[in-house]
Design a protein around this ligand. Structure first.
Ligand SMILES: Nc1ncnc2c1ncn2[C@@H]1O[C@H](COP(=O)(O)OP(=O)(O)OP(=O)(O)O)[C@@H](O)[C@H]1O
Ligand SMILES: [Mg+2]
Length: 775
């Protein structure tokens, strides 16, 4: 090239249609033509002297190309495609032709070498319809590393993605053999793929490792395709590589997790193909991994469910949120040998590049089901044992009740005699005292008082025994439990003492119950006294009521020491007490039990040591309106001594006692030992009042009364009994008009009852106390 001045050169350059830059070894723009100013939208002055990288930021070319000098044949310019930048920052694709020139002879340049760069804006090309150009642009802008190479492996193109991924610039890579970037192992793999592609096989994407310029090894997924000449000959290959290191790491984490999972886990594609499984799944189903991957999941489903499995799969894919499978049906898995096992399956899903992957975690629940069956069996056994125990308990209490009732009956007769004869003795003593004041009558009177006290105490016990034995005569009414409790509250508070706080929690919705008010009070008082004793006089006692289905509950709760299981089990037994001798008779809870049973209710003890005691009484609710408790009709005591009385009593001691009592009061009294004898007398002589025992051999008192009334309809009847016999009750409830005197009774009590029965004739209702005998 002949030597010339710079400005002359520039002038010549201006004539060039293409933008031209001349750059020195320091990458500084030395010369630029008008085309360059137009292209980069900048003034000539701003262009010249500026670093070329301002306009061609991606250009990493150096001025190391072969020199063209003098008359030598011209070297080929290098061509590069990259993106250029205008002063405003706008980027656009350009194609560069770079030629290194020796300018040692150009005096005023004072440099030896320069690069002549012709810049061609190729954005127009890209916009055009030329598919190749568009492809080139795609390649340029692709995130993937796209490399072109000849059949012998020389790199022919290297996109910015490749520069980013591998760390080598296009200039560094183009012209070199790909092997230079590969380890021997990586080369071998590459050769194998190449061989397959050359033999005409379609190359599936494969995974490989590559080493970056900085030595870091990365995982890539590579797809390779061949570049064909127009004659169909393969003239090169293009590979697109994508960094999958992150994915690989995630996969590694995932598979570590998968293998660590104690349950069998299978990954299933939406078409039912098994994509992955862990070792636990291999063990559970008896297949190896290779045998299952790619096969249908149906292979692991028992025959019965197989045909519907794809439906379930679709249903899950429509809403793939984690959930338990088969909530409403039994699930099972099928092993390789055809055997099945009950399974519990949880599902979750994973969106992968290949679509939805459903992860099924399968657990063999054979053992659990067996354990559950065993547990159920044990529960049934325990329940049976409990019921048997309950039955046994109530049978025991029932027979105790019968025994107690029988004993009480006989005791009552004896006590009537003891009490009344001691009364006679007392009267005799009083008379004798007048006659012989010098004798020690005081001592005798004291002794008699002792006998009477003991007899009264015995009568009290006998009456509690009767209650326990459910032989009491009761008069149930429809009662409001809350009212009953409110009525006894003052008495209770007095009984409990000041240091026991009585809390009433009365639920107004508690339905009324059918019960005997006096007995109900007895229940409440007994339970309260027990609680007081347990709390040793200090604590909180809560009485609460509430509805419970077709029953009403009354709960008496204390914060005392509670009961040991052994005490709880025997607490209802008559005479069972933990109190010191003389302090408790052990009949409190027994009577409560009897009362509740007679009212067709139930009673439960909830108690444990250290947790206080709750006694829960359940009584059948009544749908009848509550009735006020009637007060006894007050009638003036009439002159009744003129009445003719017939007594029927099989027990001689009692018979004689009553005869003596009534004769003493001036009655005309006759006695019979049994029903037949009595009826004969009724037929023969006029009788105003029939006093009859209920339980007698031969004919019951009720029948005697019935028959006697047929003979003398105006007859009054008074029953006397040691206990309420079923014959006296209509469905357990005694007739309202029926008058009974319970044994033991004293003379005055007998007289009061007789007065009541006889005065009924003058009572306004006329019928009350008439002594009508129930059916
Ligand atoms: N609220 C309670 N807390 C702890 N133990 C109780 C309670 N109620 C009853 N018991 C236990 O049950 C036993 C039997 O009670 P029950 O009322 O039948 O007889 P008692 O209270 O011992 O004597 P009685 O009531 O005849 O005077 C008591 O001795 C006591 O051991
Ligand atoms: Mg008690």
């Amino acid at each position: 090239m002949p030597a010339m001045a710079a400005h002359t050169v520039e002038a010549a350059m201006d004539a060039f249609p293409d933008p031209l830059l001349v750059v020195d070894a320091c990458r500084q723009v030395r010369l630029a033509n008008a085309g360059a100013s137009r292209l980069f939208r900048t003034s000539h002055a701003d262009l010249v002297g500026a670093p070329v990288d301002l306009f061609l930021p991606e250009s990493s070319f150096d001025l190391g190309g072969p020199l063209s000098s003098g008359d030598e044949q011209l070297p080929h310019p290098r061509t590069l495609e990259l993106s250029a930048r205008r002063t405003g920052g706008q980027q656009f694709p350009v194609e560069l032709s770079v030629l290194d020139v020796d300018v040692a002879g150009v005096a005023d340049l004072a440099v030896e070498r320069l690069a002549f760069i012709s810049v061609r804006d190729i954005s127009g090309r890209t916009r055009g319809s030329d598919a190749a150009v568009r492809l080139a642009t795609i390649v340029q802008s692709s995130q993937d590393a796209i490399i072109g190479k000849s059949v012998d492996g020389t790199v022919t193109s290297w996109n910015p993605g490749a520069a980013r991924l591998y760390g080598y610039s296009a200039e560094e890579a183009i012209g070199r053999s790909v092997r230079e970037f590969l380890t021997p192992q990586q080369s071998n793999q590459e050769d194998e793929v190449l061989a397959r592609v050359l033999s005409g096989e379609r190359a599936e994407p494969y995974e490989a490792q590559r080493t970056r310029r900085n030595g870091v090894v990365i995982d890539v997924s590579i797809s390779m395709s061949s570049i064909l000449a127009s004659d169909g000959q393969i003239i090169g290959f293009s590979t697109a590589a994508r960094d999958i290191s992150e994915r690989k790491r995630a996969e590694a984490r995932f598979s570590t997790l998968l293998e660590a999972a104690p349950d069998a886990v299978l990954g299933v594609r939406s078409n039912g193909h098994i994509a992955l499984l862990n070792a636990a799944a291999e063990r559970l189903f008896g297949y190896s991994r290779d045998e299952l991957v790619g096969r249908q999941i149906e292979n692991l489903v028992p025959d019965a469910a197989r045909s519907r499995h794809h439906e379930y799969r679709q249903a899950y894919a429509a809403d793939p949120v984690p959930r338990r499978m088969g909530i409403d049906r039994e699930l099972a898995g099928r092993r390789r040998d055809g055997s099945t096992f009950p399974a519990e399956i949880s599902l979750s899903s994973l969106l992968t590049e290949e679509g939805l992957l459903v992860l099924a975690s399968v657990r063999d629940v054979t053992e659990r089901q067996e354990a559950m069956a065993e547990q159920e069996r044990l529960q049934v056994q325990a329940q049976t044992a409990r019921l048997e125990h309950q039955l046994h308990q109530s049978q025991r209490l029932e027979s105790l009740g019968q025994l107690a009732g029988g004993v009480a009956h006989d005791f009552n007769n004896l006590l009537s005699v003891i009490l009344n004869y001691s009364l006679f003795v007392r009267e005799s003593v009083t008379e004798a005292q007048g006659a012989h004041p010098e004798e020690p009558w005081e001592t005798v009177a004291g002794d008699i008082a002792q006998i009477e006290r003991a007899a009264h105490r015995a009568a009290e016990l006998t009456s509690r025994l009767l209650t326990f034995g459910r032989r009491d005569v009761i008069a149930p009414r429809v009662l409001d439990l809350n009212e009953v409790l409110r009525a006894v509250e003052p008495i209770l508070q007095r009984t409990l003492g000041e240091r026991v706080r009585l809390v009433m929690e009365l639920n107004p919705d508690t339905p009324p119950v059918l019960a005997d008010p006096g007995q109900l009070e007895q229940v409440v008082v007994n339970l309260a006294v027990n609680a007081r004793d347990a709390m040793e006089g200090e604590g909180v006692l809560t009485m609460s009521t509430r509805p419970a289905g077709d029953r009403s509950t009354l709960t008496v709760r204390d914060n005392g020491p509670g009961m040991e299981p052994g005490v709880r089990q025997r607490a209802f037994d008559p005479f069972f007490t933990t109190k010191p001798k003389g302090e408790g008779s052990g009949l409190g809870l027994a009577t409560v039990y009897g009362i509740v049973q007679q009212a067709q209710g139930a009673i439960e003890i909830e108690s444990a040591p250290g947790h206080g005691t709750s006694i829960v009484v359940l009584l059948p609710a009544s749908d009848q309106p509550t009735a006020p408790v009637p007060t006894d009709p007050v009638a003036p005591p009439p002159e009744i001594q003129m009445a003719r009385v017939l007594l029927v009593e099989d027990e001689p001691a009692v018979r004689e006692l009553i005869m003596r009592l009534l004769k003493h009061e001036g009655f005309a009294i006759d006695a019979a030992e049994n029903g037949a004898d009595a009826l004969e007398r009724v037929a023969r002589d006029p009788v105003d009042l029939l006093i009859t025992d209920v339980v007698m051999p031969g004919m019951l008192g009720t029948e005697v009364a019935q028959r006697a009334l047929l003979l003398r309809p105006e007859l009054r009847v008074l029953f006397i009994s040691g206990y309420a016999h079923p014959a006296l009750a209509v469905r357990g409830t005694p007739d309202e008009t029926f008058v009974l005197l319970e044994k033991p009774f004293t003379g005055p009590e007998l007289l009061a009852k007789i007065r009541e029965v006889l005065s009924a004739a003058v009572a306004p209702t006329g019928a009350a106390g008439r002594g009508a005998v129930p059916e």
